[in-house]
Ligand binder design. Structure first.
Ligand code: ADP
Ligand code: MG
Length: 329
């Protein structure tokens, strides 16, 4: 008799997970998927009540949309679009949040020997991967002098951005999603959530573990979207991957992809993907782009000097390279 009752209960909890969970005062996973910021946003949140779970998931998506409205180069009313429209003629006042992210981007340019440079967009905006369009050689050469983070002048007292060159444009595509993931995790923490995953394209942030086991976060095979090159068990950290397969087109056997060398204004070809694991998603995002540009040797050397951050690179010959502390684990 006890056995039958147990079986009925097990059946009911499979059919009515919410009902049985709430009876037991237990939680469950809540998840959502949405297309925002030109990419797929995915979140999974553990919550004790349906009200909290739904609220948590909504807060993540709202934060992604808020950052999209603030930083998208495709939305005319975004602060970023206003900077690009006017900062070459006059200082443009921006929010503290955007100011801080631009300031951080400029220091990252210093620290990555110019590999990460948000002014790549001075040339980069002419690539339209969906329409298979790229600037011709002459246009690239004529705009290359505008690609230099030193042209971006910040005024901390007045929170303004000014471009000291007429052709400068900036784009935060290499750091904004990481920032959005960090913000979303902070909002979840403030709600009392202890176990969650937030992914924006190649940028993932994790709160806690998957309740008793680690999160398994995959690095996809750069040449096969259905296969994982590596799966990493992670908890309470973040991971970003930059790959030459995210946005690209092919012409005459050549792949034109979205990670550009600030020196040449063209795609870089030494590696196929770079994964960075470290506590701050904003940094992972920018560093994965920077290491992609720097290549294997210089990239690994850089990450070996950044405490708490690790790199995994898939090079052009599909060979894996790891930073020092990854190798020790
Ligand atoms: P995603 O997650 O979109 O694949 P990545 O972290 O791989 O983003 O960064 C690629 C994006 O970074 C590009 O789409 C572009 O917006 C921007 N980017 C490209 N080259 C550079 C560069 N050298 N420095 C800074 N940002 C860059
Ligand atoms: Mg990046």
């Amino acid at each position: 008799m006890t056995k039958i009752i147990f079986l009925v209960f097990a059946f009911m909890s499979a059919v009515y997970p919410c009902l049985s969970m709430s009876n037991q005062q237990n939680g469950r996973w809540y998840s959502d998927n949405q297309g925002i910021m030109g990419t797929n946003i995915h979140t999974e949140v553990w919550a004790e009540t349906e009200q909290l779970g739904n609220k948590a998931v909504r807060i993540v998506m709202d934060e992604m949309e808020r950052i999209n409205q603030l930083m998208s180069p495709y939305i005319d009313s975004s602060e970023l679009s206003k900077i690009n429209a006017f900062a070459a003629t006059r200082p443009v006042a921006v929010s503290q949040e955007l100011f801080d992210l631009i300031q951080m981007s400029l220091s990252l340019s210093e620290e990555t020997f110019g590999a990460f440079d948000i002014t790549f967009a001075s040339v980069g905006y002419l690539y339209e991967y969906r329409n298979k369009q790229k600037p011709d050689e002459k246009t690239i050469q004529s705009l290359l002098s505008a690609v230099n983070y030193r042209h971006v002048r910040l005024d901390k007292a007045n929170l303004t951005v000014f471009f000291a060159h007429p052709k400068v444009k900036i784009d935060l595509g290499g750091i904004a999603k990481g920032h959005a993931v960090d913000n979303a995790l902070m909002l979840l923490r403030n709600l009392g959530i202890t176990n969650a995953l937030v992914t924006a394209g190649g940028d993932t942030g994790l709160l806690g573990d998957r309740r008793g086991r680690p999160w398994m976060v995959g690095v996809r095979d750069p040449r096969n979207r259905d296969r994982q090159a590596v799966v990493l068990p992670l908890e309470n950290t973040a991971m970003s991957t930059s790959g030459d397969y995210e946005r690209y087109f092919e012409e005459d056997g050549k792949r034109y992809h979205h990670i550009l060398s600030p020196k040449s204004g063209k795609s870089v070809y030494e590696v196929q993907s770079v994964t960075i694991v470290g506590p701050r998603s904003t940094l992972n995002d920018a560093l994965s782009t920077a290491v992609f540009v720097l290549g294997v040797q210089q990239g690994i050397d850089l990450i070996n000097r950044v405490k708490g951050y690790d790199a995994l690179i898939v090079d052009n010959h599909r060979k894996l390279h790891y930073s020092n502390s990854f190798q020790r684990d």
